[in-house]
Design a binder for this molecule. Sequence first.
Ligand SMILES: Cc1cc2nc3c(=O)[nH]c(=O)nc-3n(C[C@H](O)[C@H](O)[C@H](O)COP(=O)(O)OP(=O)(O)OC[C@H]3O[C@@H](n4cnc5c(N)ncnc54)[C@H](O)[C@@H]3O)c2cc1C
Length: 399
Amino acid sequence: MTNMTSARIAIVGAGIGGCALATLLQRAGHEVTLYEQAPRFSPVGAGIHLSPNLIRVLRLLGVDKLALLAGHEPAAFVNRRAEDGELLYSLPLGDAANARFGAPFITLTRGDLYAAVMSTVRPASIHWGKRLAGMDWRGETVELGFEDGTVAHADIVIGADGLRSRVREALCGFEKPHFSGQVAFRASYPSHLLEGLPVDDLTKWWGHDTFVLPYWLDRGRSKFYFAAMTPQAEWPTEASSMPVDVDEMYSIFAGYHADVRHMLRQAPPESVSKWALFERSPKFEFGNERVVLIGDACHPMRPFMSQGAAMALEDVAVLYRAISGAPDFASAFSAYDAHRYERLSEVHRVSAANTFMHGPTEPDWVFGYDPLSAGATAQIPAVHLQPPLHARKLASEPA
Ligand SMILES: Cc1cc2nc3c(=O)[nH]c(=O)nc-3n(C[C@H](O)[C@H](O)[C@H](O)COP(=O)(O)OP(=O)(O)OC[C@H]3O[C@@H](n4cnc5c(N)ncnc54)[C@H](O)[C@@H]3O)c2cc1C
């Protein structure tokens, strides 16, 4: 049986989930090495939602304030009918989010979120330019083979390598992620290009089988972003994105309210790209006694609840708790799997249905979930946040 504290842990993929988990395990004294295919850090990606359930994990990492400083805190999540703007449902956020869910709701760029999480990892523990080619987990140790011809060994492997996970492939064989039949036009551009159009902080405009989701990416409202979803029968390439004919986008959303048409038309054509949305079936594969999957490697889903990064960071918190409570990795991984299954299934199901907040909604089950303490048992103990340093100092001073 692998010794918990001296085990060599390899995390494949230094993305959002991989970096967050590495930090927590390193702080707990584990020996962790990350292998990332990218040659260096690059803050890639467009807009992303940090819902309160995700912010709780950033608090554990100690970077929630960084996200607050960089991002925008919307006053409400407004839902409108696409053609005439009629209000369908509005969820108050800002201070109300703190009061109701125990943490703020923030919108920002994925790059800013990634940079904040990356800043917590020990830099020397990341091996850049290491694209996993294959893995053999049946010997004494797990052997990782990289595309540059090098090899590494580990006792435990965590697959955090996203949608097209090679760790998953080594466990279950090759199976392409499914094209969901949905694509998204996405663009971000400076707010002055809106030419004074008043814009709500965060609005989902609901069409029949399409929607447009515009929001701000920064505290100063200088960067504006939209994602515009529509069905598409086929995706003709292996790549995730492709160049765009903006006339196609204008015509798909021609029946939308004039404000939305203006937001789409003001995007410089070169700033617009089209993305395929992929998913896997909700028969999640979590791994075995030595290899475990988190985030998109385990459960890529349609982004219609904007919960992709949140589910990855929830996985991180729960897996970290399971490792801290278990006598060995095998029991930790099986407790993690059992704990996550139901919640991931529900979020996967509601995301695919694209009904969340279309009308009056009870959002507490999503945003009020606390991954640091939910379902705590002896196997998965709750983790408690350290009070800020100044508060600890005051508490320890003589009365
Ligand atoms: C480039 C990029 C842009 C994105 N943009 C957005 C966005 O704008 N909005 C949004 O909501 N979501 C976006 N996402 C998805 C979102 O970040 C994830 O859904 C979420 O963070 C889940 O995190 P994760 O850790 O599972 O995966 P990710 O954060 O995707 O991280 C996976 C990591 O694994 C690495 N990797 C992949 N294959 C290998 C391999 N074979 N060997 C070694 N390393 C490997 C990747 O380079 C990446 O760093 C983006 C993801 C990526 C990779």
